[in-house]
Each structure stands twice: as structure tokens, then as C-alpha cells.
Design a protein around this ligand. Sequence first.
Ligand SMILES: Cc1cc2nc3c(=O)[nH]c(=O)nc-3n(C[C@H](O)[C@H](O)[C@H](O)COP(=O)(O)O)c2cc1C
Length: 336
Amino acid sequence: MLPWFQNKFPLYLAPMAGVTDTVFRRLCKEQGADVVVTEFVSAEGIFRRNHRTQCYLDFDESERPLGVQLFGGDPAHLGEAARMVIDWKQPDFIDINFGCPVNKVVCKNGGSSLLRDCPLLESVARAVVQAAAPVPVTAKIRIGWSHDTINATTTARILENAGVQAIAVHGRTKEQGYSGEADWDVIADVVQSVQIPVIGNGDLTGAMDVKRRTESGVRGVMIGRGAMSSPWIFREIKTFFATGKIPPAPSLEEQWDFIIRHCRLAVEHPRRGRETPTMHAMRARLMAYSRGMPGARDLREKFSSVSSLTELEEIAAEHLKASSADSADLCRLLPA
Ligand SMILES: Cc1cc2nc3c(=O)[nH]c(=O)nc-3n(C[C@H](O)[C@H](O)[C@H](O)COP(=O)(O)O)c2cc1C
């Protein structure tokens, strides 16, 4: 049994390409995430060992337990890539991606394309489990390729028999991409069909969602987009499970402190390079943070041209000033 499931209900930060780099993973760990996974890396990328791959594999000891996620469609290559990653970086586990719906990945027989080729999925899993031993291997799947070919219970059993030690299930099909709703009934079916821990994933945006979804029998949950806009979601869930009470959301000041710190850590990260391109790359992240903030539309417009930390600090100061003026006006309007 993987140690993070022993008497625990781990909260995973979902792997998200372009989002869950070492800086963001560390911030989520501070907020209470228990287990993190790198963005996916192709086996071929590992062989090339270029700057980009090294960035994907970068992690800090404080992030443990951490898994490196690999994808590809060639069992021998994936096995070899797993071995190389383990030699270089000593992750706590290797995770295999059987869920990515992106055409560039699917065309090369990677990600979710293996959901419609169970023999190949099995070969990939067996090759990686064998090559990685004694380092454990986990997998992340979608519930199937399409609505008419939902096969998550079958793939989960194949993966369990191949020696995979936990399975994260994103409750959507490949064809759904990110649209529609995650189907937690299928996730519950997967829980019933295997002995190994199943981690539920899809559309969790707060502690009440997680509470409701524990009914499926999952042994942990994985949170993606919810953490992108509110990384404090992990703290909220932990507090709720410990006390039965949902803590107040961080104040606007606290949110801005967090956002500015995120950007500063990204700019200062040795692999990132200069401030301007880093801040350009952070724009999409800032857009996600603006969700739920007052005046989000104005903020998004400002974020679309932000190029430095100083500019971001100015946006924050202006936004805080405008928000406190708005709440003072509101107080005046309310009866005493
Ligand atoms: C921007 C983005 C990048 C993603 N990259 C990956 C990835 O590299 N590997 C993976 O297994 N899933 C990836 N996913 C899928 C997420 O891990 C997760 O399964 C999905 O977002 C559903 O969970 P959520 O509703 O909590 O966001 C990505 C999702 C998003 C939005």
C-alpha cells in the first residue's frame, strides 16, 4: 500500500501541463496538497534530456511525495524512460498518463488513445512497472474513449493486474475533452472493481464537493482547475474534514499576497530566465486567479498586457483600493 493512503485520504494536485510546475506545486503543498505529480513528459523527451525536459523534472524535496508523469505508446521506450527518470531524480512514484485527449499526443498512440487499445495499455503498464521496480507505478485514466465505449472498470482491472498501485480516474471520456460533467457513477464503479486505491477526479471546486464525492468510495481525490484559481482549496478541505466547518476564504489582501508571491517565485526561479517572458507566461495563470475576484473583467484586461512584477503590484494596489471604496459605499447604503 502506498504510504500516503495509510489511514489517510490524500488530496492530490492534478498534473496540468503549463500549470503545475515546481513553483506552483510547492505553493499548493504549503496550502495542504498531500501528493503532487509533474506535468506530463514524453518518453522521447526524456531521451533527449533537453532544457525543457529538465524543467519538467525539476522538483524540490519539500514536494514529496511526488510522481513524475510519463506518456507514450511504446512499452520499451516508456520502461527505459521510467528507469532513467528514477536514476536521475528519485521520484516517489512514476505515473502513466492514459488520459490526455490532445491530438498531438493521441496521434502518437499516447495518452487516452491507449484506452481503445487494451492490449497495448497492458504492455505499457507492465513494462513500466517492471522497469521502475521497486519504485511504485500509478496511472491516470479517463472513463473511456467515447460515451459508447466507456471501459474504465476494464482498464482499471488490467492496470491492477499489471502491478499498478493506484489509479486516478478523471470522470470524462476522451471525446468530452473538458466539456460536460465528470461522471462520478463510473468512478464509483471503478472503486468496486479493483482492490487498489482509486483517486477520484473531476469538477471538485470546494470542500462540500469533496464530501459529496466521498460517497463514491474513492480513497483520495485529485484537484485540477479548482486549484488553479483557488490554491487554498486544499486548506479549505483539510479544515472542513478536521472541524466540520468551512473556513472563510482568504481576504482579498491575502489573495493578492499569494498571487504576487507566485509571480515573484516564478521570476526568481533559476530555470525561468528573464522577468518579461516569465510574466508573459504568467498571464494565463493570472486570468485563472481573477475568477471569483470583484471586477474580474477589468482585471483580465489589465493582466493581458502585464509584463513586470512592478506593474502587477500596481494593479493589485489599485484593485484593493477600488474594492475597499466599494465596500465602504456598500456599508453606507446598508441600514445600521
Ligand atoms: C491546462 C490543463 C493541463 C492538463 N495537463 C494534464 C497533464 O499533463 N496530465 C494529465 O494527466 N492531465 C492533465 N490535465 C487534466 C487534469 O489533470 C484533470 O484530470 C482535469 O483537469 C479534470 O480535473 P478538474 O476538474 O479538477 O480540473 C490537464 C488539465 C488542464 C486544465
